[in-house]
Design a protein around this ligand. Structure first.
Ligand code: PXL
Length: 274
């Protein structure tokens, strides 16, 4: 079935993250991909200095109203990096009005990593992001985001009881699926934990590099692509992990490419996995 998915996040013109990653990956997965840019930045905020930032919050209502007049609905909504509390409110309203019956809301609460919130976010934003994750069918946080969203202490080393505690505390209801990324129990390894209906499944893979920028967006986009094309949440989590690892491996020998990872040469691999 040909599906139409909406993704709402910023455009960082340079930097291989958010919409410049989501649009090509979702299209490669065979999905009609509608984008709603929440802001336009000259680059992402993770390492470039003096970037421009145009907030498009004021355009969102007009865009959604036009879609309502045209009778446009979506088979899924995937949200990534959002710039403000007011954007979260608008995204909630779009989720309430523009999704087809039963279509999933998939939320990547992109706001933190390595124990810290990204520079522009604060506790108020976290509180409101929790409102959005509570509405979602699937959420894709890393451990830092899970710890901010739940108020559970962030840990660098942990066991599976800690991961279960994070997942249980995040899950807003029995049918919500939590895909926790960057879960590593052993040196040199990391992985994903998928919590669904009280069951926690784990997929371990190689840990290639620490903190490659945009990999969370690449992971989430590939997950959404595979899941929307009919794979189970666990299988989609595995496909997305294998794809992301290949993207990082294909980048790490190029020191000039510090700002993102080369996800394009691996698209063929992703398509073959679907
Ligand atoms: O990859 C997440 C992301 C998306 N968009 C912008 C960012 C970041 C991470 O820093 O700065 C603008």
């Amino acid at each position: 079935m040909y599906k139409r998915i909406l993704t709402i996040q910023d455009i960082s013109c340079v930097g291989q993250c958010s919409l410049t990653v989501a649009l090509p990956i979702l299209s490669a997965c065979g999905l009609e991909t509608v984008i709603l840019p929440s802001a336009i930045l000259s680059t992402h905020t993770g390492g470039f200095k003096g970037f421009t930032f145009r907030d498009l919050t004021d355009d969102i209502d007009g865009i959604a109203d036009h879609w309502a007049k045209e009778g446009i609905f979506f088979d899924g909504l995937y949200t990534g990096y959002l710039g403000s509390v007011s954007q979260i409110d608008k995204v909630i309203s779009i989720a309430d009005t523009r999704l087809k019956e039963g279509a999933p809301l998939i939320v990547d609460p992109a706001m933190a990593d390595n124990g810290k919130l990204y520079s522009i976010f604060d506790d108020e934003f976290v509180k409101n992001m929790r409102r959005l994750t509570d509405k979602a069918d699937i959420i894709l946080p890393n451990i830092t985001e899970a710890s901010f969203l739940t108020g559970i202490e962030y840990k660098e080393t942990y066991d599976d009881a800690y991961i279960r505690q994070l997942a249980e505390s995040l899950a807003a209801n029995d049918r919500q699926i939590v895909v926790l990324t960057g879960v590593g129990y052993r040196e040199g390894k990391t992985g994903v934990a998928v919590y669904q209906g009280g069951t926690l499944q784990y997929y371990e893979h190689e840990k290639v590099a620490k903190g490659s920028h945009g990999t969370g967006d690449i992971y989430a986009s590939a997950f959404v692509g595979a899941y929307t094309q009919g794979h189970s949440a666990y299988d989609a989590a595995v496909i997305a992990a294998d794809y992301t690892v290949r993207c990082i491996l294909g980048t790490q020998s190029d020191p000039d490419h510090w700002y993102g990872v080369k996800f394009e040469p691996q698209l063929k691999y992703l398509i073959n996995r679907l």
